[in-house]
Design a binder for this molecule. Structure first.
Ligand code: URA
Length: 166
């Protein structure tokens, strides 16, 4: 079994937090595992939970449109996943404890993809991965070098759907 498959299997079996009790599917990630770019959201929503793939609901459609403008396509040249791999009930923010329980999977995914660029989709991912004090309104689009990666955050596509002035 490849390292990727071992990681995916472990993730699919995970019961490290209570989100496992209410999930339909674990949403591990999608895309080219050799991409230079990783996009990281906060956690699966309803459609993602049902289909087992990140960003397949309305926010995902917007994300795909945004990416296509710069010639990025989820199955070709980027890798998309989330901080937590199981849907938080009623789409609430994932709890710190849930993030802690899940973050190892993401760390392993990042280590296997070895991207040059990581883009956080929204506040939750930016706070977890860039800076706990991250202010998405003030800092979105700013680039920071962290270890081997260039990182930035953009508004979450769901926030863009809610507020067209963003
Ligand atoms: N929002 C996220 O943060 N991730 C998804 O996969 C879907 C919606």
């Amino acid at each position: 079994m490849t390292e990727w498959e071992a990681l995916r299997q472990e993730c699919l079996r995970c019961h490290a937090c209570t989100l496992a009790e209410t999930r339909t599917n674990v949403v591990f990630g999608v895309g080219n595992r050799n991409s230079k770019l990783m996009l990281i959201g906060e956690g699966p929503g309803e459609q993602e939970d049902l289909q087992g793939e990140p960003f397949v609901g309305p926010a995902g459609k917007l994300l795909d449109d945004m990416l296509s403008i710069i010639d990025l396509y989820r199955r070709e040249n980027c890798y998309i996943c989330n901080i937590v791999k199981c849907r938080p009930p009623r789409n609430r923010d994932p709890l710190e404890t849930e993030q802690d329980a899940c973050i190892g999977f993401l760390r392993n995914q990042v280590a296997l993809v070895r991207p040059q660029i990581i883009v956080c989709l929204g506040r939750i991912a930016a706070k977890r991965l860039i800076d706990p004090e991250y202010r998405i309104t003030r800092q979105h689009g700013q680039w920071v070098r962290k270890g081997d990666f260039w990182m930035t955050a953009i508004y979450h596509p769901s926030a863009l759907l809610r507020d067209v002035t963003k």
